[in-house]
Design a protein around this ligand. Sequence first.
Ligand code: ADP
Ligand code: MG
Length: 282
Amino acid sequence: MKKICFLSCHSLEGHIIDDTLAISELEKDGDYKVTSIPWDDEANWKDFDLVVTRTTWDYHKRPAEFVAKLKHISSQVRLLNSVEVVEWNFHKGYLKELEAKGVKIVPTEMFKLPGKITVPASWDYKKFIVKPAISANAYKTIIVKLEDLNSEAVTTQLHAGDWMLQPFMEEITQGEVSLHFFNKKFSHGILKVPKPGDFRVQEEHGGLISPFVPDAQLLVDATSLVEKVPFDLLFARVDVVNWRGTYVLMEIELIEPALYFRTSSQSVKNFKAALDKIFTNP
Ligand SMILES: Nc1ncnc2c1ncn2[C@@H]1O[C@H](COP(=O)(O)OP(=O)(O)O)[C@@H](O)[C@H]1O
Ligand SMILES: [Mg+2]
């Protein structure tokens, strides 16, 4: 029996979590024993065969502390997704790196605060999304009109640090697709549709979740994206939006707590198969 630690956090209040489904599947035949521990607690990490980053919902508020702790943990035991993955993924600057490699992303301009928000000359958008480069769960994600971009009413809402400017995609009302991969193999897809009047798709903000089957081209593109990530990945979630007739990447989530196991009976089996493979070919 392999002992696995799922890293969690102290307050799960307000979050919808279905890792228990994965845990039941893993423990069902006695192949695995799973213990959940908040990432900022101390533990005998060496007691585990593997530590997995799971419901660490608050990492984006203390990113440096989070990475330091993951480094400590991975000095003791194997960690997936690894600390290298976390360091690459928690700051969304990686989107520009992927764009340079030919991935279609939501048009994105990075900027720093304090400082001025500048719209690229080639953009003719009138409505924007402003959001932190380190974020989760639509934290401080706001819609801003062109004329308000550098207004005090907007900038006083924003903290110092790295931010992103994107066109506001009206198509978000049709939903955001999330495709889940375990060990880089496709498992299951979902569609997240914001509640009427909102643009945030997360169910914590009233979004509606339903199973989604990607078409062949989307699956090929998402798989090739996951394969481009130069690290082992126990799990990956590719989030795309169909904008002006083309799927564009919103983000690739590699520190993601929400894997929507409940939307597919096969998902927990796929997750277990990925772990089995990791232990067979370490
Ligand atoms: N450019 C955009 N156009 C429309 N909606 C957006 C845009 N960027 C973000 N959103 C909405 O805000 C949510 C959160 O943004 P996202 O980039 O996914 O960050 P995170 O999930 O890390 O908070 C998205 O799921 C979507 O509902
Ligand atoms: Mg997101």
